[in-house]
Design a protein around this ligand. Structure first.
Ligand code: ZN
Ligand code: ZN
Length: 86
């Protein structure tokens, strides 16, 4: 279980977006649009904002971070990519 104080200050490390805490599964999810290749944010045209990636996408993913020993693992490359409906 992640403390409310920690939840209040946590944000998605990719897009700085708001996270939704699933108490049942102990996961934190950001449902903003991220690049399906690297997990970084995309602009309104679907272009990845990571300079090394830079791919253009038409489908995007949310990011789900797991929690280990009450510590959220806020790493983009460790996050599970969730397909977002368009
Ligand atoms: Zn995000
Ligand atoms: Zn990318």
């Amino acid at each position: 279980m992640v403390s409310q104080e920690l939840l209040d200050i946590l944000a998605c490390p990719s897009c700085k977006g708001e996270l939704q805490y699933d108490r049942q599964h102990d996961t934190l999810t950001c449902l903003n649009r991220h690049c399906p290749f690297c997990g970084m944010p995309v602009d309104d045209s679907g272009v990845c904002q990571d300079s090394e990636c830079g791919k253009t996408s038409t489908t995007f993913v949310g990011l789900r971070y797991r929690v280990e020993d009450d510590i959220p693992i806020m790493l983009i490359y460790e996050a599970e990519k969730l397909p977002l409906s368009p």
